[in-house]
Design a protein around this ligand. Structure first.
Ligand code: ADP
Length: 412
């Protein structure tokens, strides 16, 4: 069976087509600038790379183009559309309703619609992608894989805000956490590398990318994570502030007269590495800035590493000790400098980097701790799409063995 994995965002559909059991996708790419001028279809297979100008006024049109390209006589890798037996959808916010991946039917779509207020920017385009895929590939099973699901094991003391309890009960205002699909992949892969069972390790994973978060994993379960109701809480990020005193928001409103949308934009798109440096949200640009003597680039990087370090301390305490620390995401996988800054002086917690291993591990899997380090420190490039593909296949297979109406295997 072939499985199409889709990440449907506000103006793009990123996709990969897999043949089951092969982690290298047959085709990967994106339809970009949907609903705008200059839409493109990016298509990379083992034999071809194409970036075509297309007309994609809607997600449905974009998805149709992409399926046509998969079937194309010259470009394509699929002869009959029925070879695509399943579609795995990345879904951002599953609220409290979804504790694992799920086969999509009308009831699931209704529940996902109920989660829209929790992620008004992300969930609607996810739903648009699901509706389009059901229409264009009606024979294929559709599966939703939620970024929040992995964190459904967090205990109340970690997921509640210290607000009046009814705000949780009545409005669902609590911490949910994100990057769960990435964490599940990294956990499984790390355990393969270490030849251990998830139940045997206390692990912290730092997913450091443009969006950054951290998770504390005990016996294979998320017990705390740094993002909250939204992806704004926690670590400093490319352009998001991460943790701030909520009082800052009232101050911006009352003293500077800023509106709610303006503050939202400030904290989500103008803060973090970009806001502090005034130069860029990209670590590579900041490193260049530091080399050129730009002090604000240096402060931004220092803050980024310092805040990550504080979370490691907090999560080591929450776990009652630490066995494995893993770095992933664009920064975690590629920036030896940031990893070094984060791990510096954490010897008291048992983290000791090996300088050579660290600097030579860029964009690749590897151990970067010294042999004497009590905590094993790893770099594991994440692969969320492969995780979505595996969930999709597992759910479709188990659904095939269940009577109709019971085909809701949930993969936690
Ligand atoms: P997203 O959260 O959008 O998925 P990624 O995980 O792709 O982000 O991370 C993107 C970030 O990774 C870039 O903004 C940059 O800061 C960082 N990055 C990527 N490559 C490198 C590199 N070679 N060296 C340092 N940082 C890098």
């Amino acid at each position: 069976m072939k499985v199409l994995v889709i990440n449907s965002g506000s103006s793009s559909i990123k996709y990969r087509l897999y043949d089951e059991s092969n982690p290298t996708p047959l085709v990967r790419g994106a339809v970009s600038r949907i609903g705008q001028t200059g839409s493109t279809l990016d298509y990379t297979s083992y034999a071809e790379h194409q970036c075509l100008s297309v007309a994609a006024p809607t997600h449905e049109a974009g998805l149709r183009l992409l399926v046509d390209s998969l079937l194309d006589e010259r470009l394509g890798v699929v002869r009959d559309v029925r070879e695509i037996g399943a579609v795995g959808h990345r879904a951002v916010h599953g609220g409290s309703a979804f504790r694992g991946s799920v086969l999509i039917d009308d009831a699931v779509i209704r529940k996902m619609e109920e989660c829209v207020p929790l992620a008004p920017l992300h969930n609607p385009p996810n739903l648009v992608g699901i509706r389009a895929a059901r229409k264009i590939l009606p024979h294929a099973e559709q599966v939703a894989v939620f970024d929040t699901a992995f964190h459904s094991t967090m205990p109340a003391k970690a997921f509640l805000y210290a607000l009046p309890y009814e705000y949780y009960e009545r409005y669902g205002i609590r911490r949910y956490g994100f990057h769960g699909t990435s964490y599940r992949y990294v956990l499984a892969r790390s355990c393969e590398i270490l030849r251990c069972k998830p139940s045997d390790v206390r692990m912290i994973v730092a997913h450091l990318g443009n969006g950054s978060s951290m998770v504390a994993i005990d016996q294979g379960r998320s017990i705390d994570t740094s993002m909250g109701l939204t992806p704004l809480e926690g670590l400093m990020m490319g352009s998001r502030s991460g943790d701030i005193d909520p009082g800052v928001i009232f101050h911006l409103r009352r003293e500077l007269g800023m509106g709610v949308d303006q503050i939202d934009e400030l904290l989500n798109t103008k803060s973090g590495l970009l806001g502090v440096s005034g130069v860029s949200n990209d670590v590579r640009d900041l490193v260049e800035g530091v080399a050129a003597g730009n002090e604000r680039c240096a402060i931004a990087l220092d803050m980024f590493a310092y805040r990550a370090k504080k979370y490691i301390g907090a999560y080591a305490a929450a776990l009652g000790g630490l066995d494995v620390m893993v770095f992933t995401g664009g920064i975690g996988e590629n920036s030896a400098l940031v990893r070094e800054m984060i791990c510096a002086d954490l010897g008291f917690l048992g983290l000791e980097l090996d300088e050579d291993r660290n600097t030579s591990t860029v964009g690749a899997e590897g151990t970067i701790s010294a042999d004497s380090s009590r905590v094993r420190i790893l770099v594991v490039p994440t692969d969320e799409e492969w995780m979505i593909m595996q969930d999709t296949l597992a759910i479709v297979r188990s659904a095939a063995h269940e009577p109709k109406g019971y085909a809701h295997a949930r993969i936690a």
